[in-house]
Design a binder for this molecule. Structure first.
Ligand code: G3H
Ligand code: 13P
Ligand code: ZN
Length: 321
């Protein structure tokens, strides 16, 4: 099966009211674990590659790993550039055959963000590639400064509904990553904080009211940072802080029902892989065959992804919609 377009995947996900998992990859074990999990669960899949992943593994290795995954599985797989920060990087990936790229110019003032995103969208659309843009800053819930906050969107660091409409119309991007209190990594919230799901609803409604239809929204920083994985890592010698915190699965559930179509997960994969490796290192300290610790770690990632697609994103069983 050739690479799939996120355009097709989004249309089906919006219709079926499920979300697509966009999982970050940078090595063979991650690619295999994710693809096998989605194959078992018959889930459509977005594999995403960051600039750092390209630097770590070299683009051609990742390309070949994904080709191998596609040739050994039946599920639809799209390949997406995660957080492309320049037109040049996005162009490079489009020219390499990525079916989707993200241009993340969210650190720029609004007009500049629009201009860079427009440039990428124009080039991508000529080459049959889908574009994700971002408006607002993924700074986390502790930085909610309300309307008087930063200058990235009228909502301060968070995405403002009316400005989201203007951004989408002027930039021509096909989906929008929103800032609603989400952030990357394993330390997302202080205490009992949540995503600003009311803002998410308002963004969705504003886009709908502006004639943009059931417009696909993207949730970055969607790892849940499971306590059992953190405990496992620490039990086997890790030193993760007591203040690790992720997005509660209930928040993802509401986000999915509100119209978030693509859900980005990286940190949870890293935690599962690390927990598996640490366990073998401690339980079998004489072991030094990489297959003996990477194998169980890969199996842990596979189980995590199965749980995500089945119980959280609800895209299991939708590969052949
Ligand atoms: O958004 C960040 C992703 O988790 C990718 O992280 O830049 O370390 O590859 P990275
Ligand atoms: P997490 O750090 O929550 O996994 O987010 C990953 C992400 O947003 C990749 O773009
Ligand atoms: Zn992200």
């Amino acid at each position: 099966m050739p690479l799939t377009h996120t355009r097709d995947l989004f249309a089906k996900a919006l219709k079926g009211k499920y979300a697509l998992g966009a999982f970050n990859v940078n090595n063979m074990e991650l690619v295999q674990a994710i693809v096998e999990a989605c194959e078992e669960e018959k889930a459509p899949l977005i594999l995403q590659i960051s600039k750092g992943a390209r630097q770590y593994a070299k683009p051609v290795y990742l390309k070949k790993l994904i080709e191998a995954a596609i040739s050994t599985s039946n599920i639809p797989i799209a390949v997406h550039l995660d957080h492309g920060d320049t037109f040049e990087l996005c162009k490079e990936c489009i020219d390499e055959g990525f079916t989707s790229v993200m241009i993340d110019a969210s650190h720029e003032p609004f007009e500049k963000n629009v201009a860079i995103s427009r440039q990428v969208a124009d080039y991508a659309h000529k080459h049959n590639c889908v574009v994700e843009g971002e408006l607002g800053q993924l700074v986390g819930a502790q930085f909610d400064e309300g309307e008087a906050g930063g200058s990235f969107s009228h909502g301060g660091h968070y995405t403002h509904p009316e400005e989201a409409v203007k951004f989408v119309k002027e930039s021509g991007v096909d989906s929008l990553a929103v800032a609603i209190g989400n952030s990357h990594g394993a330390y997302k919230f202080k205490g009992e904080q949540h995503l600003d799901l009311e803002r998410l609803k308002a963004i969705k409604k504003a886009l709908m009211d502006a004639g943009l239809g059931d417009y696909p929204l993207v949730l970055h920083g969607a790892s849940s940072v499971p306590k059992d994985l953190v405990s496992e890592i620490n039990k086997y010698g890790g030193k993760l802080g007591t203040d690790t915190a992720g997005v509660p699965e209930g928040d993802i559930e509401v986000a999915r029902r509100t119209g978030v179509t693509k859900v980005n997960i990286d940190t949870d994969l890293r935690l599962a892989l690390t927990a598996g490796i640490r366990r073998v290192f401690v339980e079998s300290p004489k072991e030094f065959d990489p297959r003996k610790y990477l194998g169980p770690a890969r199996a842990g990632v596979r189980e995590l992804v199965r749980h995500k697609v089945k119980d959280v994103l609800c895209c299991a069983g939708h590969a052949f919609d």
